[in-house]
Design a binder for this molecule. Structure first.
Ligand code: FAD
Length: 264
């Protein structure tokens, strides 16, 4: 496999840094090719702004989707963004690694998504009409590839359980899993999550590292999340609403978008 690991932590000697090193060495030991985008080390610019679209005339109003589309089509995206797109095309597996900050990814990683997932590449792909609403949610430029999150959290596993005060981890990560990764076509593997990360000792680290190595050894055979594909008949088009009667008993919200066989 060709694996791209996008690393979003400011400190290489952090717990995240140590887990990244474990991941890279395990993947390489398995014979996989690995590239790392270390966003802080690269000095990644988080915000989308005019500098992303060098060909946009100075007097033109910036409309981001249109500018992104024009730049993508004309091969005119800024060099840092073009390089990350090249890496995404190269990789058949993407790992996004980050500490959970305010129940989501750190801003630098969100900014990587905002800038790299360009119009025409990750969104705005395919026919949009009364009978088809684009190549997305299971189809798109990144279809056929796999993606997985590697996340550390300060909170306990129980805090993120079905009845936990923080909300279920699957719900919190749903916008990333479904909205960012499944959207352009990735098959999304269950996340690797480390809880109580701030209280980690050496022993905890060894246990987590072992668990991580095992996950990575099984990457190719791990079943992806059973998200429903937009264009496979479960949704009305163009409303993109789940057809009545397909939901499991009591399902609502995010759970509607998982096929029944993915809930067990
Ligand atoms: P580090 O601080 O680098 O290390 C954590 C511990 O691991 C240290 O005690 C360190 O000694 C130990 N350790 C053990 N082995 C090693 C090793 N081999 N190498 C390095 N360190 C090791 N948590 C939540 O659950 N939900 C939130 O919404 C949330 N929001 C946050 C928002 C912000 C802005 C911040 C700063 C933190 C937030 N947290 C939250 C906590 C955050 O998720 C954790 O601080 C983070 O996951 C810890 O990972 P780290 O890599 O930064 O750990």
């Amino acid at each position: 496999m060709k694996v791209l690991l996008v690393f979003a932590h400011p400190e290489p000697r952090s717990l995240n840094g140590a887990l990244r090193d474990v991941a890279v060495s395990e993947l390489e030991a398995q014979g996989h090719e690995v590239r790392v985008s270390d966003l802080h080390a690269q000095g990644w610019k988080s915000q989308v702004d005019r500098a992303d679209f060098p060909a946009l005339p100075a007097r033109s109003r910036l409309k981001v989707p249109g500018a992104s589309k024009d730049a993508f089509v004309a091969d005119g995206l800024s060099a840092d963004v073009a390089m990350e797109i090249e890496k995404l095309r190269w990789a058949d597996t993407l790992i996004l690694q980050f500490p959970l900050w305010w129940f989501s990814m750190p801003a630098i990683l969100k900014g990587w998504v905002d800038r790299v997932f360009a119009y025409g590449f990750a969104y705005g792909v395919g026919e949009h009409s009364d009978h088809r609403w684009g190549d997305r949610y299971g189809e798109g430029s990144l279809a056929g590839k796999k993606a997985m999150l590697m996340v550390t959290a300060g909170g306990w596993r129980e805090h993120y359980s079905a009845r936990g005060i923080n909300g279920p981890i699957g719900d919190l990560l749903f916008p990333i899993h479904h909205g960012i990764l499944f959207y352009p076509g990735y098959q999304v593997l269950p996340p690797f999550v480390v809880y109580q990360a701030d209280r980690f000792g050496e022993r905890d680290f060894e246990t987590a590292a072992q668990r991580l190595r095992e996950r990575l050894r099984n990457l190719e055979t791990t079943a992806p999340m059973a998200y429903r594909r937009q264009n496979a008949g479960d949704y009305t088009i163009p409303e993109c609403e789940l057809r009545p009667g397909l939901e499991g008993a009591g399902d609502s919200g995010f759970a509607l978008h998982l096929r029944d066989d993915g809930k067990r």
